[in-house]
Design a protein around this ligand. Structure first.
Ligand code: OGA
Ligand code: NI
Length: 672
């Protein structure tokens, strides 16, 4: 579709703020960010009752509620905690007032030393310390003391739940110099709250957090069983504005377009020098330690690193969730796909897995005609233009690659996937069985525990530059494999060059206007996708929705089995298999940026079926990793300013995988 047209569609929907036109996939994200309603009210614990002040029976009852809250959610509201509502209100007002100071005012307290080096304390993106004179010192002090009492009360109740022999056991665990951080969070209204997070998903690293939530504005969400639940604000008159987070539930904050939101978190962490480990009293032969001992200081540091990388919880010794087994093995053993593979029920697309029939046949371009030197080329170029505008992908026929070569390569790859696991693992994409890398046999990287996994395995190989192949990742058996892949690579290059030249002409650039953008070491990856049959294909995706990060993709689809689907205007269309070995060509997001949005990389996905395995081979053409991707200068002028920021391809790929694991499209982050 014509970009201008595309932009015009929903203009004004959000009243003229930045880029008001939602793409279909953004809507999906928006829906996702909304958060489900909690199936029950947030558990409320009466601190006075649980402490036993009303007698043993009532304490017992309240403790049962606490146990259930910790078990089901890992967080709860506390009431009857002894802190004056007026004190909480005063704190909320004071912190709001601080954030409303002019910028210079709060930058006196910046957490960037010399405006450059981040440190933990100060105004910026982290914590404000009780000793700082930012707020009325007495007020913060009073609040700190009050929270300290509540924290002690909760830790005592928890110690009783764990049947520790001393009620003060957990309090003592914080050590002599346990530290408390107060973090004031300020979430300004956001013109596109569907595109950003206020705080990314994370677990708190301390022992306990007391959170004073905004009384009026919602934003906190908690993850349970793969679903994000919104925690409602507690409102006026309740006085229940303290929530506690324990057992590390994964949580995040979303924003909204109307109101700012504030919250104040008190984090209780152990003495930095203290070793954190499972309490000896809780261990016996049946209950061995499940976590290694770690010094609090190291835990905090590790948490900061992994959290910065968009990951969470560093506590678990058992990180096997990062290393799922291959889907092929799974498919051979399970009746039902495990929960990690199931797309969330609230996903608005889950009932649409069947895919609609395309309203017209897939556009087909004859490459020989396209590259001819007479009028037929113009005719074919017009077809190409229309295919790119309507779909962003097309089939190419008469491409000059022998069908027998394609058949032989696919047969050879299929033979590889049918080999025993041990043999395939010699080419694993996990270095030392652990560290993920792009090349080799395996799955995509697993970044977070709640990431939904795809029902497919793959073999991913860098085939160009030819002198930089890592042949140790190329299967040695069947013996034909390496030779066939080499031959196919050489043939595909001609096809890719021809198509990119024709596209450059469409943009009124020199013939090599796009090819010239690849830099010294343009890279080609071959990815063999293997989708085992799935007993419950309606619950999983073979490959989650994505746009390819490269410039151009040539996809050799399975001759017999359908599975590829493309998103257009909110509808998923099934792409039927083609028997004549036509290649499916699709625009990647690198080219979307280079063409300044004239060509769009379509969002696509793959579904599975219960009967037949499916194989496809994608050739991804990308620029040199060190090359900056940006709109081609010749396409820009005053009327057509750059619509994307530039980014080094290496960084683009890295971010792509972060977004990809979250099912989001990386290019949205680059829109100007
Ligand atoms: C891909 C891809 C689709 C398919 O590998 O990027 O989109 O049909 N594959 O396998
Ligand atoms: Ni793709």
């Amino acid at each position: 579709m014509e970009p201008a047209e595309h932009r015009a569609g929903a203009g004004g929907r959000r009243g003229g703020t930045a880029d008001p036109v939602p793409d279909p996939e953004e809507d999906r994200l928006g829906g996702h960010l909304a958060g489900a309603e909690m199936p029950e009210p947030v558990p409320v614990i009466d601190l006075f009752r649980v402490s036993g002040s009303h007698g043993a029976a009532e304490a017992e009852q309240e403790a049962a509620k606490l146990r259930s809250a910790l078990h089901s959610w890992g967080f709860f509201l506390v009431t009857n905690h002894g802190m004056e509502t007026s004190l909480m209100d005063a704190m909320a007002t004071a912190s709001r007032a601080f954030f409303q100071l002019p910028l210079e005012g709060n930058q006196d307290h910046s957490n960037l030393k010399d405006r450059k080096h981040w440190r933990l304390e100060g105004y910026g993106n982290d914590d404000v310390n009780a000793q700082d004179q930012i707020l009325d010192c007495d007020l913060l002090h009073e609040y700190t003391v009050s929270c300290g009492r509540i924290k002690d009360g909760i830790l005592r109740a928890m110690a009783r739940l764990l049947e520790l022999d001393d009620d003060d056991c957990l309090i003592d665990e914080l050590g002599d110099r346990g530290s408390t951080y107060a973090r004031f969070n300020y979430y300004p209204p956001c013109p596109r709250p569907d595109l950003v997070l206020g705080i990314r998903p994370h677990c708190d690293v301390g022992v306990l957090t007391l959170l004073l939530m905004d009384r009026d504005v919602a934003g906190l969400q908690v993850l349970r069983d793969g679903t994000w639940y919104g925690v409602p604000p507690v409102g006026h008159g309740y006085g229940l504005t303290l929530a506690s987070l324990w057992r590390s539930p994964v949580h995040r904050a979303v924003t909204n377009s109307e109101q700012e939101r504030i919250s104040l978190a008190m984090f209780y962490a152990a003495d930095l020098e203290k070793e954190i480990e499972p309490l000896a009293q809780l261990l016996d032969e049946k209950q061995p330690a499940r976590y290694k001992r770690v010094k609090c200081r190291d835990l905090l540091a590790a948490h900061r690193d992994t959290n910065g990388a968009g990951q969470e919880n560093t506590m678990a010794d058992d990180e096997s969730w990062r290393l799922p087994s291959t889907v092929q093995e799974l498919a051979a053993t399970v009746q039902d796909p495990p929960s990690r593979y199931r797309i969330p029920e609230q996903d608005p697309l889950s009932d649409q897995l069947a895919g609609a029939e395309m309203p017209e046949p897939v556009p087909t371009i004859n490459l020989r005609r396209l590259l001819a030197s007479d009028d037929v080329a113009d005719e074919e170029a017009a077809k190409l233009r229309s295919a790119l505008q309507r779909w962003g992908f097309f089939l190419v026929t008469d491409h000059g690659i022998e069908a027998s070569l394609m058949d032989a390569l696919i047969a050879s790859a299929r033979e590889f996937f049918r080999k025993p696991l041990e043999e395939k693992q010699a080419y694993s994409n996990l270095i030392g069985g652990k560290q993920w890398q792009l090349e080799g046999y395996g799955n995509d990287p697993v970044k977070t525990q709640d990431q939904i996994l795809d029902w497919s395995d793959r073999l991913h190989l860098r085939v160009e530059p030819e002198d930089e192949r890592n042949l140790d990742r190329w299967p040695g058996h069947p013996e034909s494999f390496r030779g066939l892949l080499h031959e196919y690579t050489v043939s595909c290059k001609r096809v890719k060059d021809g198509i990119l030249r024709a596209m450059a002409r469409l943009l009124e650039l020199e013939d090599d206007g796009i090819l010239g953008q690849f830099g010294d070491k343009g890279t080609t990856y071959a990815r063999f996708n293997y989708y085992p049959a799935c007993p419950r294909p309606e619950l999983v995706l073979g490959l989650r929705p994505h746009s390819d990060v490269c410039v151009l993709t040539l996809l050799l689809m399975d001759k017999h089995v359908a599975g590829l689907q493309v998103l257009r205007d909110g509808t998923w269309y099934g792409v039927p298999p083609v028997s004549d070995r036509a290649l499916l060509v699709n625009v990647g997001v690198s080219l979307e940026i280079m063409s300044n949005g004239m060509f769009r990389g379509p969002v696509h996905r793959a579904v599975t079926n219960s009967e037949k395995e499916r194989m496809s081979l994608a050739m991804f053409y990308s620029t040199d990793l060190e090359k900056e991707i940006e709109p081609i200068a010749e396409l820009l002028d005053e009327k057509q300013p750059a619509r994307y920021k530039k980014i080094k391809f290496r960084d683009f790929v890295a971010t792509h995988y972060d977004y990809f694991s979250k099912r989001e499209r990386v290019i949205e982050s680059l829109k100007i």
